[in-house]
Design a protein around this ligand. Structure first.
Ligand SMILES: [Zn+2]
Ligand SMILES: [Zn+2]
Length: 171
């Protein structure tokens, strides 16, 4: 759990640089992240007033991802902005207030704010749909499976693509 002690947040503006163990993020395999390789770094500007705490900042962590072209694992730095609103005090009686996204309700007797869900989801939505070890990654040969970053093969790329044959015949 990534949490901030309420007692440590002064009234008015303050800045927090936090380093948390990566396992606190509880990132699952379904995200496409193979593993986290560094502690989670948080740089937060916090504004506390009587009824609310506004947290703005950035989260960063090093991770291992699998390249979508050559399938090799590679290291990448994941980063995301954070924008979290915390309402202090009793929940609205009808519960409507508690349904808003990005708003954490902090009960009066709470000792800390748990920002794990917000940090995790901001990192995960920014993951590339097709992670690439390098924008220039050549990937694997579709015919023989050779890693074209490391070797070249003798396959001709268009050899098995019959669509071109059809076009040639039309000419
Ligand atoms: Zn690659
Ligand atoms: Zn090949």
């Amino acid at each position: 759990m990534i949490k901030i002690e309420l007692d440590s947040i002064p009234d008015g503006p303050s800045h927090f640089d936090l380093v948390q163990d990566a396992c606190e993020l509880e990132i699952g395999e379904d995200t496409g992240i193979v593993s986290l390789e560094s502690p989670v770094r948080l740089a937060l500007d916090i504004m506390r007033s009587s009824g609310e705490i506004v947290i703005r900042g950035r989260v960063g962590v090093d991770a291992t991802l699998d390249c979508g072209r050559c399938l090799k694992a590679y290291r990448a730095e994941l980063e995301a902005p954070l924008n979290i609103m915390c309402i202090l005090g009793e929940l609205a009686p009808d519960g409507v207030e508690g349904c808003r996204d990005g708003v954490i309700e902090v009960p009066t007797n709470a000792r800390y704010i748990d920002i794990s869900d917000e940090v995790r989801s901001e990192l995960v939505v920014r993951l590339p749909l097709k992670p690439l070890c390098d924008a220039a990654c050549k990937g694997l040969c579709a015919s023989c499976g050779a890693d074209l970053n490391e070797t070249s093969c003798t396959c001709k790329p268009d050899e098995h693509d019959s669509r071109w044959d059809v076009l040639k015949k039309i000419k």
